[in-house]
Every structure is written in C-alpha cells, then in structure tokens.
Design a protein around this ligand. Structure first.
Ligand SMILES: [Zn+2]
Ligand SMILES: [Zn+2]
Length: 335
C-alpha cells in the first residue's frame, strides 16, 4: 500500500510503498477513504513529542470501509463504513474504561503514535474500538469528528453547560468551530473569541450570538462587562487567553482548558476559590462521546469546514497547518 511514513522526527514524511497491514484476531482491516490532519500530527512529525516506534505512519482521524474482518470480530462486516480515532485500544475493564474515562486506561494505545495510523491506504484496528461512520456523512466531513469534533464535544460536556446558559468559546479553529455548534445544539448561547475578523464572521455563521475580537480589546473584560458567562472553553494556546477566560466567568462558572500555552502558567487560585470557579481540563473524549458527536453531525447539527488534499501532498498540508493557514480542518482523501 501507499503510506506517508515518519522515518526520522524533524524530517518530512516519506510517501512510499509499505507492507499491507495484516489484521489479527478481533481486528478489522479498513480501506482508508479519508484521514484528517491534526495539530498532534504536526507535533509527532516535528519531533516535539517523543516517538516510541519508527518507522511510524501518523494519522488518527481515520474513516473508510471495512474490507476484512478476521476471527472474533462481531459488529462489522466487509463494506461497513468505519472509523478509528486517537483511542486505538484500551483494556476495556479497568476503573477508567468502565467509567467513560478510557483515555486514562493504563493500557491506552493511541492511533498514529503508538501504532500505525491512517496516512495510508489501509489500517488495521481492534473492532472493539472502531466506531461506525453514520450513513448521512461523507467520509471527508466525518473524518475531523474523530478527533477535533470528539474533543470539542467532550470539552463542552466537561464544562457542565446547561440549557439556556452562555459559554464563551476561545479560538475559532477546527475545534472551536465544532464547539460553537455543539453548544448551540445543546441549547446554550455562545460568545466566540478570536483574533481574526474572518474567524469571527464564521463563528457568527455557525451560531455564535456575539463574536469578540481579542486583537482589538481585552476579551475577558469585554465579556465580563456584558454580564459574564457560565462556562469558558479555551482552544487557544496562549497564556493571556487563559487569563481572559478566567476573567469572563460568572461566580461558580467553569473553565475548560483544551488549548494550553507552552510550559507552566499562572492561575489566580484565591480568585478561583472566592468566585467558586472550577478549572477543568480536557484532552480527548471516549468512544461513547464519539458516537454522540457523530449522531449530532448525522442530524445536521454540526457542519465541519474541511479542505481536502491527496496523500502525496501531506508535507505541504503539514506546512500550511504549521503556518496557521488552515482555517478549518485539513483532510487527506484517498480515492
Ligand atoms: Zn487530533
Ligand atoms: Zn482500561
């Protein structure tokens, strides 16, 4: 098969021929039809994150069609539409796996990082962790839901946001765009914050009632002046965004950190106690979260803004992502 292979972190991916994966017991072989390109892939390829195995095929927003289901597989047959997220496998029975927190399973294995991912024509994966792609969704629009959509969904869920409450979404990239629509679908009101007018315009199109340009004003103070929000979800990797999120919150509000500034940063813990602010974090959701966010998209509640490219163009896509020139999500399409 053709695959984009990481041989040495810090060097471009090599688009070459690789051996076809051979599914073992309990695994399915999926012909990849689309795979999203995530910032995590950028970190893996650049060598920012230590890689435990080389060569490695990255890619963890993988969707396609089952071609082979080996012995022990129930629930999938050849021809079924199926996807693989960052959660490649977990033990399935520890305290984390049985309480919707499987990301913290001690046996957690991540797709495209600890095992080969979806920047390839085929991927094999345990059927237990493969999640069906709803018939209503095209492959390219479904792919980003397997990481960006999933993470945004879990972040909104983590915030504890309730019907009629207001959430501030900081950062209107691929995740923020999903978060705005998810919060709207859950009956909340949304204020979006970003630095670029184009992103703010898009935020309004996606359902944000208000869009605040953080390049022109202190967004935290501006939102506080409007009456504060019940929750703030931060996707922007900047320390000042975190501080402004905090300032925008009502008493007993919750702040969910998805985007993190590099290194450690300060949070006013006494202010947090006095105002009853809950500071929460979110990295990725569970398989159940993924089923829920896919159902929302299948019902037409989430529209993913994607730009497509071919597998051979992966290095160019990574360069554009690194330069901040992908306004939504980039997806590799495999014909
Ligand atoms: Zn990702
Ligand atoms: Zn487990």
């Amino acid at each position: 098969m053709k695959a984009a292979i990481l041989r040495k972190p810090g060097t471009p991916l090599a688009v070459e021929t690789a051996p076809d994966p051979k599914p073992g017991r309990g695994e399915v072989l999926i012909r990849v039809r689309a795979c999203g390109v995530c910032h995590t892939d950028l970190h893996i390829v650049a060598g920012d994150w230590p890689v435990s195995r080389l060569p490695l095929i990255p890619g963890h927003e993988v969707v396609g069609e089952v071609v082979v289901s080996s012995g022990g597989v129930t629930g999938f047959r050849p021809g079924d539409r199926a996807g693989v997220s960052w959660i490649y496998s977990t033990c399935g029975h520890c305290e984390f796996c049985t309480s919707d927190r499987e990301r913290f399973c001690p046996k957690f294995v991540s797709t495209g990082y600890m095992v080969d991912g979806g920047f390839a024509e085929y991927i094999k994966a345990p059927a237990s962790h493969v999640v069906p792609v709803p018939a209503e969704l095209g492959f390219a629009e479904a792919a980003p839901l397997y990481c960006a959509g999933l993470t945004a969904y879990r972040a909104i869920k983590t915030s504890g946001l309730r019907v009629g409450e207001t959430v501030a979404v900081w950062g209107v990239g691929g995740l923020g765009q999903c978060a705005i629509q998810i919060a709207r679908a859950m009956g909340a009101r949304v204020i979006a914050v970003d630095l670029g007018p184009a992103k703010l315009e898009l935020a309004r199109e996606l359902g944000a009632e208000l869009a605040v340009n953080a390049a022109e004003q202190n967004a935290g103070a501006a939102i506080a002046a409007l009456g504060e929000v019940h929750a703030a979800v931060n996707f922007a990797p900047r320390a000042e965004a975190v501080a402004h999120c905090f300032d925008a919150l009502r008493p007993c509000g919750s702040m969910v950190l998805v985007g993190l500034p590099p290194g450690n940063f300060m949070l006013p813990i006494t202010g947090s106690v006095r105002k009853g602010i809950r500071v929460l974090t979110c990295a990725v959701g569970s398989r159940q979260d993924l089923r829920e966010v896919l159902a929302l998209a299948a019902a037409g509640k989430i529209r993913t803004k994607v730009e497509t490219a071919r597998l051979k163009d992966i290095n160019e896509v990574l360069a554009r992502l690194s330069a901040g020139r992908v306004p939504g999500r980039a997806v590799l399409e495999l014909p």
